[in-house]
Design a protein around this ligand. Structure first.
Ligand code: 13P
Ligand code: SF4
Length: 346
């Protein structure tokens, strides 16, 4: 198994990012939102935001005809838009996916510094080296990867359809290289028993959820259903009532009869969960560290870099454009579009 482990210390700490994030006075917040409405109309632009971004961003996306969703729906929404410009509020791989699927559109991001630990820990040259050792296998990569990695892959998947794609490949007796998330890979492997060589990277946010403290919390809240994103450790996943993508977890919160939920994913998802199920009680799953000692504190530091100020700045100056070499984009389009087409038939 390959391991390009970059020390967690090199990642931004959520606590630092949040401490430097702007907090707006309600009147100023309203002015900023009004300015954004005007700019979006003028520029013929739509916002595509992930559930982990600040609720300010999610709110603007919603009220201006944009989209707030999981990575698969974000990709699908972009491809169905007639607007000339898309502003992707999330992390870089989400902006790149939008560009891969919509080369004719201008794709901007509030910041180009919003990374993902999975993407960082799966550089294309290293993956290529690994794949060369297993030429008999198809390469399936998680959407949380660079355009270069997607260009190398046979399939791109997101957490909402990963199990289904691997089941489909297993039925055809296809052997698989899975990259980069080892936890999601282990979960899929356990569910499908497919023949998989699994890359060794992880999400710094979901890796912090711990089974021992989760069990304690479950004992204190026996009536709560446990919702877990599959980027978490397998021992946390095993405790879940529902394992799924962010959209699937929101649906579970809405549809399950429980009044209480323990949620093991980025806590910004609570904004949408509260909209979908206003009467339900949401409890954050415990992370390894406590208070200022935790690295991610159940919140992605890169997602937290998006705010109303950098959104306005990006739109005003049309900056932070996503650009991808056309040869790479064309190759990445094949594996990414395969995912979109597969999802259409589900
Ligand atoms: P979803 O596709 O479930 O939204 O996941 C994206 C992600 O980065 C979760 O950490
Ligand atoms: Fe990447 Fe984890 Fe952040 Fe999702 S939450 S973008 S997987 S670092």
């Amino acid at each position: 198994m390959n391991n390009i482990k970059i020390l967690n210390d090199s990642f931004p700490r959520t606590i630092d990012v949040l401490n430097s994030s702007p907090v707006y006075d309600p009147k100023i917040r309203k002015e900023k939102i009004n300015l954004l409405k005007k700019l979006l109309l003028e520029k013929d632009a739509k916002i595509i935001a992930h559930y982990y971004t600040h609720e300010d961003i999610q709110e603007v996306a919603e009220i201006t005809g944009g989209n707030v969703s999981d990575s698969l729906e974000m990709a699908k929404f972009g491809a169905n838009q007639s607007s000339k410009m898309l502003i992707v509020a999330g992390v870089r791989f989400m902006g790149e996916t939008a560009k891969i699927l919509n080369p004719e559109k201008k794709i901007l991001m509030p910041t180009l510094e919003a990374e993902c630990s999975l993407d960082i820990n799966c550089p294309a040259p290293n993956l290529l080296e690994f794949c060369k050792k297993h030429p008999d296998r198809q390469i399936v990569v998680y959407a949380n990867t660079s355009a270069e990695v997607k260009a190398m892959a046979d399939w791109v998947v997101t957490s909402s359809i990963a199990v289904k794609v691997i089941e489909y490949l297993k039925e055809k007796n296809i052997k698989i290289i899975w990259a980069p998330d080892k936890h999601l890979g282990n979960y899929i492997n356990q569910k499908t028993k497919a023949d998989m060589k699994i890359w060794n990277a992880s999400c710094i946010v979901h890796e912090e959820f711990k089974a021992k403290s989760l069990i304690k919390l479950m004992k204190e809240n026996r009536d709560a259903a446990v919702l877990v994103h599959p980027e978490s450790n397998l021992d946390v996943i095993k405790l879940a009532d529902v394992v799924g993508s962010t959209s699937q977890l929101i649906k579970a919160c809405e549809n399950l009869p429980n009044k209480k939920f323990i949620v093991a994913t980025d806590n910004r998802i609570f904004y949408k969960m509260r909209q979908a199920a206003p009467k339900k009680i949401l409890i954050e799953a415990p992370t390894g560290g406590e208070g200022a000692t935790c690295i991610s504190c159940a919140h992605c530091p890169w997602m937290a870099m998006n705010n109303l100020d950098n959104l306005i700045d990006t739109l005003t100056h049309e900056k932070n454009e996503i650009k991808i070499n056309e040869g790479i984009r064309k190759k990445a389009f094949i594996s990414t579009n395969r995912m979109i087409n597969f999802a259409k038939n589900l």
